[in-house]
Ligand binder design. Structure first.
Ligand SMILES: Cc1cc2nc3c(=O)[nH]c(=O)nc-3n(C[C@H](O)[C@H](O)[C@H](O)COP(=O)(O)OP(=O)(O)OC[C@H]3O[C@@H](n4cnc5c(N)ncnc54)[C@H](O)[C@@H]3O)c2cc1C
Length: 462
């Protein structure tokens, strides 16, 4: 057995980093904190890209690491070389490079580490097992190179890529099949290659941006069941102050969406874009989700998810304009079809898809890019730790099988439904309970609340 910690954070992406940062800030005693992360801490999937074409999908004004310091990211950016003299309002509405955001998180973590009475150890390990400690309160964490004890554990294991969900894909490997989150793999695609990107969400946008940055001139196909592409943020930031959230509570999914569309029309009569209504609804999304009966939540997931996603998960206006330009110039061919089969040939991949009208789409491409996004169903995430927790009854799947079962404070529910004070989760694992639980504006609130609970409880009992 190696070290003992008061708080063990499993996963050091943005969410785990925010929890560590908050624990360091809020600690009033010399707590021992560990982050277990096999990759580079502070990056995770979203901020691991060093590519200059990859921008944040959220304007800088909303990317502070702290709920009580809304301007912190802006202050940090303004002090960076190259931003001196940029008007504050311009910075607030800008979309910074994602690699810059990683630098921000890491700098704030280093500062908190220096100033805190608590200590932080980064353990470069993947945790594959978590068992109740037979010798003391808390948990034993198992990695391939050791075992550690922690009084409290926070799961911050984040986003799992969804495998390409078709026959034949199991036999495909890089470079024929490239994951959209494999930023170097996408960048290595030859500019004249014929490419099919499966999925038309934010990961597709990243892949297209890299192809364009590399001067790609081969045909690029985009294929998805709905063929709906992400929509842009408004050029000028606005929030509909007349938005009436109470008018949505008590309604089912369909009626809520109808009412929301009505509010968008009403906002338009006052000169506001639809994005102003989405900005107004955003802080209420968790409460709105929780107030929907389970059958209505299922209806949302089945019928409204994709349309919701393109309105809610928006992209920078300049990125949207670039995509439109590519489409208008015939560089992107959008297919509304469901992929049925992907078969490796000697130098290409044969793809067969079927459109809604029964029309078949057949493509022979040099590379398939899997941009189907994140896997929400915890049992399909292929994360040994989560499988073990489910198997041992320390966790159960979240509502509708997405994420893990948690209460509103992020305590994991065990197989019997009991909330565990010493095992908590942050981020996408809480999606079944909270729905809106993935992006920084929610993560920072969860991290602050988790740290408050962990640093004021009897954490130091080992
Ligand atoms: C491409 C992309 C762009 C995005 N852009 C934005 C944006 O601009 N603004 C915004 O607010 N949100 C954005 N998001 C949402 C994003 O999910 C969050 O901002 C944030 O990155 C989520 O961080 P996370 O730590 O929860 O997950 P992840 O980034 O997935 O990090 C999880 C970490 O846990 C580690 N891990 C997993 N399992 C284990 C284990 N068993 N043991 C140890 N470590 C483990 C992984 O190695 C990983 O580093 C984006 C998401 C994606 C995918």
């Amino acid at each position: 057995m190696q070290s003992r910690f008061d708080i063990g954070i499993v996963g050091g992406g943005a969410a785990g980093t925010l929890v560590a940062l908050q624990c360091l800030r809020q600690a009033t005693a010399p707590l021992r904190i560990a982050v277990f992360e096999p990759g580079e801490p502070g990056l995770g999937v979203a901020y691991a890209t060093g590519r200059p074409e990859h921008l944040l999908n959220v304007p800088c004004r909303r990317m502070s690491a702290f709920p009580d310091g809304a301007d912190d990211f802006l202050d940090w950016l303004a002090a960076r070389p190259g931003f001196a003299g940029t008007p504050r309002a311009t910075l607030a509405g800008a979309f910074a490079l994602r690699r810059e955001y990683a630098a921000y998180l890491r700098e704030r973590l280093a500062q908190a580490r220096q100033a805190s009475p608590a200590s932080l150890e980064i353990v470069p390990q993947r945790i594959d097992g978590l068992h109740r400690d037979p010798a003391a309160d808390g948990w034993v964490l198992e990695g391939s190179e050791g075992r550690w004890r922690a009084r409290h554990v926070v799961l911050a294991t984040g986003n799992a890529p969804r495998p390409l969900p078709v026959r034949g894909s199991g036999a495909l490997a890089r470079p024929l099949l490239v994951d959209a989150w494999d930023y170097a793999g996408v960048a290595a695609i030859a500019p004249d290659a014929e490419v099919c990107i499966v999925g038309t969400g934010l990961s597709m946008v990243d892949a297209v941006l890299t192809l364009v940055a590399n001067g790609h001139h081969g045909p690029v196909h985009l294929l998805s069941r709905h063929a709906l592409l992400p929509l842009p943020h408004a050029v000028a930031h606005a929030v509909d102050r007349d938005f009436d959230v109470d008018a949505l509570h008590g309604l089912g999914t369909r009626a809520r969406l109808r009412r929301l569309r009505g509010q968008v029309r009403d906002a338009a009569t006052r000169g506001l874009p639809w994005q102003a209504v989405m900005e107004a609804v955003r802080p209420h999304v968790q409460a709105l989700w929780r107030s929907l009966p389970a059958a209505e939540q299922r209806r949302f997931l089945r019928h409204a998810l994709r349309a919701w996603d393109i309105h809610r998960h928006r992209i920078a206006p300049e990125v949207h304009a670039l995509l439109q330009g590519q489409q208008q110039r015939g560089r992107l061919h959008v297919h509304r079809a469901r992929l049925d089969m992907a078969m490796a040939g000697p130098r290409c991949v044969h793809l067969a898809a079927r459109g809604r009208d029964g029309r078949s789409v057949v493509l022979d491409v040099a590379h398939v890019v899997n941009a189907t996004g994140m896997e929400l169903r915890v049992q399909a995430m292929r994360n040994p730790l989560l499988e073990q927790l489910l198997g041992d009854g320390h966790a159960r799947p979240g509502a509708h099988g997405i994420g893990l079962g948690t209460d509103a404070e992020g305590r994991l529910l065990d197989a019997g439904g009991g909330a565990q004070d010493d095992l908590r989760a942050i981020g996408s694992l809480r999606i079944g309970e909270a729905w809106e639980s993935i992006a920084v504006p929610e993560l920072r609130v969860q991290a602050e609340a988790l740290a408050r609970a962990l640093t004021t409880s009897d954490t130091r009992s080992l």
